[in-house]
Design a protein around this ligand. Structure first.
Ligand SMILES: [Zn+2]
Length: 284
């Protein structure tokens, strides 16, 4: 479906979903929202999304989430955690201007080797790796956060987590190269910012970008691995197969609510099954 059609149908689709959802008894669990860049023009949408999440969920911190998805049950109010991928500098503004106002503590997944580049070199690498050369450009005035900005977020109570050293697709790597890409990101963050790094989100998040072999390496270094595959997290969710909801702030709120409340989960059943199989067979 095209973006324009999705946008036009968001209201009716969400209304229909609400009716179906009223019959579901298994509300609860933990949803993890995935956001990317948050340019100024999206900050009011972010504000509105947080207000909406708070109405229907406990908006939890990364540490609460780590405990919560291990301890969720059907009778609880659902929980929700915000995460931001790739470490765009616009997220730093969003943290100051929006998250702080709502008392929200989020997870920020970053790639140390990209942070260490600057200016044109960084933009070029982000376009090649993070945007995967799909023709998407680095937005005007955008760059990645510096280590000083990440340290500030950490001091404010946010969690800085690993997203690969240089945003390489893990399913295409092997041996020491794969280990360096996975372990090196957590090690570099710990060396720069102190503390331990327990969360990892594999680059791209889709099922073709991960493998059982890569999850084995992840599982030895990190406690939790977040995917980009939709679904909620429950007591029995494998620690290396954590589901999440990519949300586009440019879409209408009704569509964001559809994503947040599980309206798109059905399309990801196969991907979830594969991810669970990878996690179970990972030698962690
Ligand atoms: Zn990413």
């Amino acid at each position: 479906m095209s973006g324009a059609l999705r946008r036009a149908l968001a209201g009716p689709t969400y209304a229909a979903w609400r009716i179906l959802r009223a019959f579901r008894r298994d509300i609860g669990g933990l949803r993890i929202v995935v956001l990317h860049g948050t340019p100024d023009e999206s900050l009011s949408a972010l504000d509105r999304l947080i207000v909406t999440i708070k109405r229907g969920h406990d908006l939890v911190t990364p540490d609460q989430a780590a405990a919560r998805f291990i301890d969720t049950n059907a009778n609880r109010r659902p929980a929700c955690l915000l995460s931001f991928d790739d470490g765009f500098a616009s997220n730093h503004r969003a943290a100051h201007e929006v998250l702080a106002r709502h008392g929200v503590k989020a997870l920020f997944f970053v790639c140390p080797n990209l942070i260490d580049l600057d200016g044109v070199a960084q933009s070029r690498r982000v376009v090649e790796t993070v945007f995967d050369g799909h023709g998407e450009r680095m937005p005007a005035n955008e760059r990645l956060m510096t280590w000083a900005e990440l340290a500030e977020l950490k001091t404010a109570g946010h969690v800085i987590a690993a997203h690969g050293l240089a945003h390489r697709r893990l399913s295409g790597l092997a041996g020491s190269e794969r280990e360096r890409e996975i372990n090196g990101s957590g090690d570099a963050i710990a060396a720069r910012l102190g503390g331990t790094v327990d969360w990892f989100a594999y680059p791209f998040g889709d099922i073709d970008s991960i493998s059982a072999e890569a999850l084995s390496v992840v599982g030895k270094r990190y406690g939790l691995c977040r995917s980009g595959i939709r679904g909620d997290n429950r007591t029995d969710t494998h620690r290396l197969a954590i589901r999440a909801e990519p949300v586009d702030l440019a879409m209408p709120l009704a569509y964001q609510r559809l994503e947040l409340e599980g309206g798109l989960d059905g399309r990801y059943a196969d991907a979830r099954e594969k991810l669970d199989t990878f996690a179970r067979t990972a030698k962690a």
